[in-house]
Ligand binder design. Structure first.
Ligand SMILES: *Cc1c(COP(=O)(O)O)cnc(C)c1O
Length: 458
């Protein structure tokens, strides 16, 4: 006969010396819920022959551990020491201080989102961004949606539904996270017409494909790969002329779509939105949280009649931006009016333009403290030169000189064990495993103290 008498009742436990502090911390309902579940498990264990008194003695610690685990946030800040500045899985661009302040204000205060303060009548939410985007890119008009995938979707659907869209076989891309161009095109209700081959597409391929059913020509920036060797692509200007002669619009999906010339930051030039429009694209699409350095968003800039048609598409309402991101974007775009101070104010550009020598100095400073934390665990820590990436499909083959710490240990699984331990820290540290070692690229580490604090926390 199982003996449950050693287990407290829920009420006894809630009012016990160890139960009351848990109630004060987590609330009565959460503690009672966890208690019921834990007591039920213990009754099953006792039925199976377990020792009731021993189980009851474990109850306070077990419960407090469970409640702590339940109350821990899932979406937690981490230290991005992967060397990838725009890391999609770690949330891409960090926002500028002014953008954060604007977002917070939008969260806590009513604002003139769709309200025209001059007339007292209705306004458009896009109006807060349209003017700056147009003046920065030379576009006649612009609109903004949830992300660049949505921008491509609504542009294709508006201009090409039920019609053919011509794309080079060399540009039928997949971007991580299930953005595959053929699938997006199918969902947009357009018919994909592939031209050329994987490595070579010629003007005559496009010209031969234009017909009465053509809705538009789509050009896609090869964000996350390069085709090298025996290759040919049709230059944007030439493609624009072909589209114009065929009487169809040209949509250029730039992806990262920088608003400024990145060679100022010592990076390879990525095509800017202004250049793509000047080359004759009728519409250009690009992300808000890649090189632009703002929150997640997708911009469409270009011909006013086409933008007006996109804004009339019922999908626009389903894909529109919320006030918090509009506020953050307005503040982010405002920084572009002062190009001289942009790199200092915009975290993405600041991180991308950090000189390798400065990062190497930081690594040398951190080495003794990181070694003090990890050497007792059996690891060896050294300095290393490494290469950072821009990430998010921007400048895929262009890497940046950087520096960091290289950590090795006994056994072939040492890097994996260390990576798991680092992920389990109060502020998880995300590095990358390369060549049997764990590399911590310090390009994106703003504060040395943050790393030391999380490594040495109990
Ligand atoms: C990143 C990218 C997209 C998708 O943009 P999101 O903002 O992630 O939705 C689409 N096209 C290209 C060329 C890209 O690089």
């Amino acid at each position: 006969m199982p003996d449950f008498r050693a287990l407290p009742s829920v009420d006894q436990a809630l009012t016990s010396d160890w139960g009351r502090p848990l109630v004060a911390r987590h609330g009565r309902s959460a503690v009672a819920g966890a208690l019921r579940a834990t007591l039920e498990e213990m009754r099953l264990a006792i039925r199976a022959g377990g020792d009731g008194a021993a189980l009851a003695a474990e109850l306070p610690a077990l419960l407090s551990g469970r409640l702590a685990a339940l109350s821990r946030r899932r979406l937690r800040p981490v230290l991005n020491l992967t060397g990838t500045v725009l890391h999609t899985n770690l949330g891409r661009a960090l926002l500028a201080e002014t953008a954060v302040a604007a977002a917070v204000e939008a969260m806590v205060s009513p604002l003139a989102l769709e309200f025209d303060l001059a007339t007292g009548g209705r306004g458009e939410r896009d109006d807060h961004l349209r003017g700056t985007i147009c003046s920065l890119t030379g576009a006649a008009d612009a609109t903004v949606v949830n992300n660049n995938a949505a921008a491509v979707l609504i542009a294709l659907n508006t201009l090409g539904q039920g019609r053919e869209v011509i794309v080079s076989r060399g540009e039928l891309i997949e971007i991580g996270g299930a953005f595959r161009l053929p699938d997006i095109m199918a969902r947009a209700g357009v018919r994909l017409v592939e031209v050329g081959t994987t490595n070579r597409t010629h003007p005559r391929d496009y010209e031969g494909a234009i017909g009465p059913d053509t809705g538009l020509i789509l050009k896609v920036h090869p964000s996350n790969y390069r085709i090298e060797g025996f290759t040919a692509a049709v230059p944007a200007q030439r493609l624009a002329a072909i589209a114009r002669a065929g009487g169809v619009p040209l949509l250029n999906d730039l992806g990262a779509g920088s608003l400024v010339d990145l060679s100022r930051q010592g990076l390879q030039p990525e095509p800017t939105v202004a250049e793509a429009l000047a080359e004759g694209a009728d519409l250009v699409t690009f992300s808000g949280d890649k090189l632009l350095g703002g929150p997640q968003a997708g911009f469409i800039a270009g011909r006013a009649d086409l933008i007006a048609a996109i804004n009339r598409n019922p999908l626009k309402r389903a894909l529109r931006l919320d006030k918090i991101r509009i506020a953050a974007l307005e503040a982010t775009l405002a920084l572009y009016r002062d190009p001289d101070r942009l790199a200092a104010a915009l975290p993405v550009l600041r991180l991308l333009s950090r000189p390798a020598a400065e990062i190497a100095g930081q690594a040398a400073r951190l080495l003794p403290e990181v070694a003090a934390a990890l050497v007792p665990m059996g690891y060896a820590v050294g300095l290393c030169a490494c290469r950072s990436q821009v990430g998010s499909g921007a400048l895929p083959v262009d890497t940046l000189d950087s520096a960091g710490l290289r950590i090795t240990g006994p056994g072939g699984d040492a890097p994996d064990r260390l990576a798991a331990w680092l992920r389990d820290r109060p502020v998880p540290v995300i590095g990358r495993i390369h060549d049997g070692a764990l590399i911590l690229d310090l390009r994106c580490l703003d504060s040395d103290a943050d790393l030391i604090a999380t490594l040495t926390a109990p």
